[in-house]
Every structure is written in structure tokens, then in C-alpha cells.
Design a protein around this ligand. Sequence first.
Ligand code: GMT
Length: 365
Amino acid sequence: MRPLRLGLVAYPGLGGSGIVATELAHRLAQMGHEVFLFATERPFRLPKESPVRFVPVDLPFYPVFPGPLYTLSLAGTLEREAGRLGLELIHTHYAIPHAAASYLAFGEGFPLVHTLHGTDVSVLGMDPAFHGPTRRALKNARATTAVSQALALEAERAFGVRPTVIPNAVDPERFHPRPERKSLYAEEGEWLLVHASNFRPIKRVPDIVRAFAKVRQKVRARLLLLGKGPEEAEARRVARELGVEAWVTFHPPTPHPEEVLGAADLFLLASEEESFGQAALEALACGVPVVATAVGGVPELVRPEVGRLVELGDLEGFAEAVLELLAHPELPKMRQRARAYAQEHFHPERITRQYLEVYAKALGG
Ligand code: GMT
């Protein structure tokens, strides 16, 4: 395929959608495409030496308005910069408000592709304040993609569009086992259980601590919670209440989560909603089996050969699944299978190719 001039739009903070968009932008640029990444600040996972060109979207604040008008500012920036930079296609990540903002900028006369990530459909997409403009934008786009079958079905119900399913990718060169780092996080003889997220209430971080307290009654283990967010205080409180705070470590977010994930024995995800579970995929690529709740797109990712699924809220079942895996004679084999599985199904080359096919169709190829 000839080199394209592409604009990608993303949230720059601690969210899976921003990470996925940033890494896709970086890979496309490495392949020789000219890639411009639009965001309110430089995404924290964009490597310093990346060939991707960052285009800032201002958040102008005028006292007459109740808050910064992000949607309008993004629409205006896209319209102005698309002409100046000679962009051929714009690909937004997370529909709200990115789909509507790009539609506002161009209408139907420009190739727009949108990727749905989860709460843009299930929570915000259902809000009557956002639903109409988002539906109109998605219906008039050249293509919409979703990161799992489960999310695609939900999007079809919510917006009447049929997204193409393109799962997220993980770079196995970067996310690989790092057993030599385990001693940085756990004592000799302790199992290292890791969770990583933005600690939003839907991630149910306190539930992870509760399940961990049950695990800790049976085996020597340490829980490392990587990230930050609104539920941190509650997770700390639960750890204190259950008397396990000495074995629960809070690790701040890092642009190099692979250094922590690669050291883990198991990865834990107890979310009540998860369209995909990017952090779980990163753990699998590191050769770390996953115990997760069977919600949203998680069962598409966590297959029985690489982990265990439990019902949402079943903390007893969660702890049992953890203990079962830790005692499993095939745990070392499962670690190898987890990595091989991530490499085979979610390799960046494979996933980027799928996006390029969508772009080619959107451009009329
Ligand atoms: O889950 C979050 O809190 C962040 C959210 C986002 O919008 O950035 O993540 C969503 O997109 C990720 C990347 O595709 C997925 O791995 C997450 O499963 C998805 N989160 C939800 O569906 C709740």
C-alpha cells in the first residue's frame, strides 16, 4: 500500500483507548505512513523518538461558557489542520465526542473511520444528551470498528451500525516475561499477583483486594495494584480492614507497565464492564495467565488455555480460581501458551494490517 497521510484522534490520559490509538499511530508511522496524532496533550505512551507528529487540540476557556468547548475546538482543529497537512483520512478512537466532532468538521465529504472502545457505547452512548449526534456521526462514517464482538453487538443495538471487529494488539517485543524483576516487587517465596487499571469504580479494585485477602489465607502472596484513580482510597481502606495492607502494594502509573507485568505470576481483572481488557492482553503477552470476570469482551480474550473466568461479584470463586492456577502443575506451560497465544492472535502486524484494509476501503480502494 502507498504511504498515507493520516490523522488519528485520541484521549491522551490513562485509558485503554488512548493507549491503543497511540500504539497504532506509532506502528503506522514506523511503516512509512505520515501520521498526525490529535490530542489535548502528548499521549504518555507515545515514545519520545516516535515519528508520529503530535498536533495539540487547545481547550480554550472563555468565562461566558460553562466549561472548555472540547468538541468544537477539536472540530475546528481537525478542519483547519486536515487541509494544511493534506490529510487523506481521519481515524478517531472513542466515539464521544470524537465521532461527532469530526462529523461536525467535515460532514460526509471526508473519509472518517471511528473505533469504539467500550463505555463510549455502553455508558456515554446511552446518555440521551450524546446519543443522537453520535449515532448520526457513526451512521455517516466510511467505517466503524469495535474492539470485540461483544462491543460490536452492543453498538449495533445502541446505534444501528455494524462495526467491523478488530481486536487490540500487543507488542511481544516489548511485553515479554521478566522473571528476574520479580524480586523487586515480592519477597522470596511469595506469589506476585498484579492488577493494572485506572481504578475507576467499574474496575472493582476493592473486590480484587477482597479476593486477595481470601487467597492470602491459603498461600504466601503479594498483590500489586498498578495505576491510580478514584477507587484507590477505598481499596486501601478495604486492605486495612481485612488486615492485608502489608501485602498490598500500590504502584503509580508508569509508561513502562511491561516492567511490572513481566514480573507477575498472575494478572487479576474483576471489572463489571470491559469491552476488551487491554491490560489483560499485555499480561498474557508477558506470559502471565489471567483470572478475570466474564463480562463484555473478556471471554473472547481470556480463553481457558490461558486463564480462568469467574462470575462478576463471585469473590469466593475468584479466589478459588487464583488458588487453582497457582497450584496447577501445568502453570509453567500455561505461561508459555499465554505468550504464544498473544503473539499469534494479537500481533501488531496482524492488527495493523486489518486497520489498513479498513482505510483502503474507506478511501474507495
Ligand atoms: O476501561 C477504561 O477505564 C478505559 C477505557 C477507555 O476508553 O480508554 O478502556 C476501554 O478501551 C480499552 C481499549 O480498547 C479496552 O481494553 C477496555 O476494555 C475498555 N473499557 C471498558 O469497556 C470499560
